[in-house]
Design a protein around this ligand. Structure first.
Ligand SMILES: Nc1ncnc2c1ncn2[C@@H]1O[C@H](COP(=O)(O)OP(=O)(O)OP(=O)(O)O)[C@@H](O)[C@H]1O
Length: 258
């Protein structure tokens, strides 16, 4: 069963999508619309295909040898599975955050300036502005403004993750994909990232994979529950957690498995 919140424009429209690793099918007949300026949470037990799914949205999955796919993923009126796609441009529009903040072994400044530089921003003043505004957007500016030239690796885990989000939004993507962005963080850093996600959705469309159901319930607008590579149920988060339609969703959210 798939429903979505209809008043928001659809950013991704996934239709009848299947994915195989070699001969093993990992995603089965997925249908999901991802609405603009909303947070979509992907939940489900280990091995159900959450990470695989999120990596299809920026075609990162195609780097894995032996992967093949069928169906459609419409993004910006292009079918990214079938049309000829400029991957550099696609990844500029779709940023990705991973489980562990993975800053480059460079200064705080250079981490944030990295993307804009690649995309042709050369003027120091313009780069300075982008670095400052991106760090302010992730509420990190005050903590790092006096150490912009120090190594990013000297920051705490939570600061590194916020820096990675700043690095991602510095190129003004349309979408930010997050694969378990807080699972390596302490509760305080987790809360800060959650608050940040709620603020960032005004400017970006966010898709987040999370093991943490409370987190999905707290921060997402719609949730898709995955099981064995299928979407069992996807709807607005309030309904999914309060009145799940499918028995398997109910069992999962009430902790009977997973
Ligand atoms: N590179 C790969 N080659 C072959 N099979 C893979 C590969 N990556 C993932 N799989 C398989 O695809 C299925 C889905 O894995 P995936 O990592 O997407 O699940 P997940 O829901 O993100 O799990 P977790 O919550 O444990 O991270 C699993 O059966 C996994 O073993």
């Amino acid at each position: 069963m798939t429903e979505t919140i209809t008043e928001h424009k659809t950013v991704f429209d996934v239709k009848d999508m299947n994915l195989w690793y070699g001969n093993t099918q990992a995603l089965k007949n997925l249908n999901l619309e991802i609405p603009e300026n909303q947070v979509t949470a992907i939940i489900g037990p280990s091995g159900c295909g959450k990470s695989t799914f999120i990596k299809t949205l920026n075609l990162m999955i195609t780097r894995v040898p032996g992967v093949h796919m069928s169906g459609d993923i419409l993004f910006n009126s292009q079918n990214i599975l079938k049309d000829r796609i400029d991957l550099v441009n696609l990844r500029k529009q779709i940023g990705m955050i991973f489980q562990k903040g993975n800053p480059f072994p460079q200064s705080v400044y250079d981490n944030v300036a990295y993307g804009p530089r690649i995309h042709g921003v050369k003027k120091k003043k313009q780069l300075d502005e982008i670095v400052e505004s991106s760090l302010k957007d992730v509420a990190l500016w005050d903590e790092v403004k006096d150490r912009l030239n120090s190594s990013a690796l000297g920051l705490s885990g939570g600061q590194q993750q916020r820096l990675c989000i700043a690095r991602t939004i510095a190129t003004k993507p349309r979408v930010v994909l997050m694969d378990e962005p807080t699972s390596a963080l302490d509760p305080v850093s987790t809360l800060r990232i959650e608050q940040l996600i709620s603020e960032l959705k005004n400017q970006y469309t966010i898709v987040i994979v999370t093991h943490n159901m409370q987190q999905a319930a707290r921060i997402s607008d719609q949730t898709a529950f995955f099981l064995h590579g299928e979407i069992i149920e996807s709807t607005d988060t309030g309904s999914l957690f309060s009145v799940p339609v499918d028995r398997r969703t109910e069992d999962y959210i009430s902790g009977r498995f997973g």
